[in-house]
Design a protein around this ligand. Structure first.
Ligand SMILES: [Zn+2]
Length: 169
C-alpha cells in the first residue's frame, strides 16, 4: 500500500457502489417468498425498516452481498480476502452524519478489506489535512446518496427506513 494515496476516486467509488447496489438487488429478489403462505423468510437487510444502524455489527447477508460485489477481493489492495476480511467503514463510523443516515446509505458505505488495509486507511485519514479528508467523505456520501436515488429497490428501502416502516418486531 502506498504511503499517501488511497484508490478512492469518485469514478472508482461510483462503480463500486453500483456493483454493491446490483448485488443487493439480486439478494432482495432471491429472498422474495416463493408462494403465498410460505414460512416467514429471513428479511433482507434492505427490506428491514427502522432506524439507522447505530452499532458496528452487520448481518451475514450484507457481508455476502459485499463479498459478491467485490469479487472476493479486498476493496483497497484488490488481493483475495480469504478469511481475513474485516468490515471497512469507507465513511467512518465516527463521521458526525453517520448516526442519522438512512440505513441503506450506511450499508452502501461499507466494504470488505484486509485488516492491515483497513488500518492503513485509518492511518491515511489521520495523516491527511482534515479539509482533504472532509472532501473525500463528502464525495463518498454524495455518490452513495446518488446511487440510492437511482436504484428503485434502494430508493424504496431508504424511504421505508426514513418513515420507520417495518421496524423489526
Ligand atoms: Zn487488502
Amino acid at each position: 500500500m502506498g504511503d499517501g494515496w488511497f484508490p478512492l476516486g469518485a469514478a472508482r467509488w461510483r462503480a463500486s457502489c453500483e456493483a454493491v447496489a446490483e448485488a443487493a438487488a439480486v439478494g432482495v429478489i432471491r429472498s422474495a417468498p416463493v408462494h403465498r403462505g410460505a414460512s416467514p423468510r429471513a428479511q433482507h437487510p434492505l427490506e428491514r425498516g427502522g432506524p439507522p444502524m447505530q452499532g458496528r455489527g452487520i448481518g451475514a447477508t450484507w457481508l455476502e452481498t459485499l463479498a459478491k460485489a467485490q469479487g472476493g477481493a479486498c476493496f483497497w489492495c484488490g488481493r483475495p480476502l480469504g478469511r481475513r476480511a474485516t468490515l471497512e467503514h469507507v465513511l467512518p463510523f465516527s463521521h458526525p452524519d453517520w448516526p442519522a443516515l438512512p440505513r441503506v446509505v450506511q450499508l452502501l458505505c461499507l466494504r470488505l478489506a484486509h485488516g492491515e488495509c483497513n488500518q492503513a486507511y485509518n492511518t491515511w485519514r489521520q495523516t491527511r489535512p482534515p479539509a482533504r479528508v472532509a472532501e473525500v467523505d463528502a464525495m463518498v456520501l454524495r455518490v452513495a446518496r446518488q446511487i440510492v436515488r437511482r436504484h428503485p429497490l434502494l430508493a424504496l428501502a431508504a424511504s421505508r427506513q426514513d418513515r420507520g416502516l417495518g421496524a423489526a418486531g
